[in-house]
Design a protein around this ligand. Structure first.
Ligand SMILES: Nc1nc2c(c(=O)[nH]1)N[C@H]1C(S)=C(S)[C@@H](COP(=O)(O)O)O[C@H]1N2
Ligand SMILES: [Mo]
Length: 413
């Protein structure tokens, strides 16, 4: 893992105490030598024989410069390249966020193992073919990184946060097909006493400052796991591409991207709360005015983006239709307002097409004829629950959930 949170690694005890909100005594009572509480090394060898060598480049698909901006092991979608595309982001343009590297997995020898204290029996294993034969379901949903927009903490608010310096392109919407997680958990014998479900990826172990945190995994509360979560094997009508989780990934609608674990190898079902790096030190609010025991991040916030490059040239004294998309993790979008005079006056953009929670809505704004100069496009989305993009996003040390109105520069010559 590069960048993100290396600066924030304290001792594991402190981390767990601080971030889980539990005292040392409570942690010990949880049965937990700390490495066990964190899950370190417990299942590290469970990756199994299905995983061939990891590739030398972290991302497998081509990343042409007119579609992507490379950021370490990640690739951001360029919003200007989305103009004229349909509702869904094509697989070859979808952003990639790899904590380590995209593994190459043989679906024929691969299995999904379900185990743990929250099951009635000894657990179960499912082959790829078995999963594909279970009742299927299609869901259109976005995947959006919790750090999407992080660079604006620095460029717009003067308070930089470490980690991938995403613009707004760490989001994509796709049509996912698969089997409901609840279906598989029920077949595996989930018990009424289960509280947490921890899906785990088959990509490499994550190292932070020499500490091995094991494979990428993050617990989901049982209520969400049994609600609308999908075990997806198709993305936009084809088997998942390697970078997006082949052969099987989770899709957790409306929640931060880290919830949607790729390259699933196993799912632990537990009658105790579970912990990993990704729900203790990372993906929770820390610093700023957040309390020390802020809970793990769940739903995504409200945002909007223009399908334009930053600094794009617009025609001189001509009306032009500008397009963008707006989204919220919890509701449909009810309106998008636009200002080109730094917030003094606002006018409504026109929403069109599909518009659902956990996905996005397309909008068009008729930019009035203007003399030459530099302008800022401000778009401010509001969702059906009344949440609106604020002027300033609340700072947090790791730069998550940047929801403020983004000032998008354009020029007219
Ligand atoms: N196994 C595994 N799952 C993972 C990740 C990862 O590195 N390994 N990255 C997570 C993060 S932080 C995000 S934002 C999404 C990105 O999904 P995508 O690469 O398909 O766009 O996958 C999530 N699932
Ligand atoms: Mo992410």
């Amino acid at each position: 893992m590069r960048g993100d949170e290396e600066l924030y690694v304290a001792t594991r005890t402190e981390q767990l105490q601080r971030s889980s909100g539990l005292t040392r005594a409570q942690l010990l009572k949880l049965g937990a030598a700390l490495p066990v509480a964190l899950g370190i090394g417990r299942f590290a060898s469970a990756a199994g024989a299905a995983v061939r060598d990891t590739v030398s480049s972290p991302i497998v698909k081509p990343l042409p410069a007119d579609w992507f901006v490379k950021l370490g092991t990640n690739a951001e979608m360029r919003w200007d390249a989305l103009r004229g595309e349909g509702y869904l982001v094509p697989n070859n343009r979808f952003f990639v966020r790899d904590h380590t590297a995209t593994p190459s997995i043989d679906a024929q020898t691969w299995q999904l193992r379900v185990f743990g204290s929250g099951l009635k029996g000894d657990g179960a294993a499912f082959t790829y073919d078995q999963l594909r034969k279970l009742p299927s379901r299609e869901v259109t949903a976005s995947i959006e990184c919790a750090g999407n927009g992080r660079s604006f903490y620095a460029s717009q608010q003067g308070t930089p946060a470490p980690g991938s310096q995403w613009g707004l392109g760490a989001i994509g919407v796709a049509k996912w097909k698969g089997v409901r997680l609840s279906e598989v958990l029920e077949r595996a014998g989930i018990a009424k006493t289960a509280v947490d479900v921890m899906p785990q990826g088959l990509d490499g172990n994550v190292l932070v400052n020499g500490v091995d945190y094991g494979q990428v995994r993050r617990p989901l509360p049982v209520a969400k796991a049994l609600d609308d979560v999908l075990l997806a094997y198709e993305m936009n009508g084809v088997p998942l591409p390697p970078d997006h989780g082949f052969p099987l990934r989770l899709v957790v609608p409306g929640w931060v991207g880290i919830s949607s674990i790729k390259w699933l190898g196993q799912i632990e079902v537990s009658n105790q709360p579970l912990f990993s790096l990704w729900n203790t030190q990372q993906y929770r609010m820390q610093g700023g005015s957040y309390p020390a025991d802020s809970p793990p991040l769940t739903s995504q916030t409200v945002k909007s983006a223009w399908e334009l490059a930053r600094g794009a040239a617009l025609p001189y004294r001509r009306r032009v239709a500008l397009t963008g998309r707006a989204w919220s993790g919890t509701s449909a979008i009810s309106r998008v307002d636009v200002s080109i005079d730094h917030g003094a006056t606002w006018s409504a953009a026109k929403l069109s097409g599909r518009n659902e929670a956990g996905s996005w809505a397309q909008f068009t704004y008729s930019f009035p004829p203007q003399p030459s100069g530099t302008y800022e496009l401000w778009a401010r989305a509001t969702d059906a629950s009344g949440r609106t993009q604020p002027d300033t996003a609340a700072f947090n040390n790791l730069g998550y959930l940047f929801d403020a109105v983004v000032r998008h520069p354009v020029v007219i010559h």
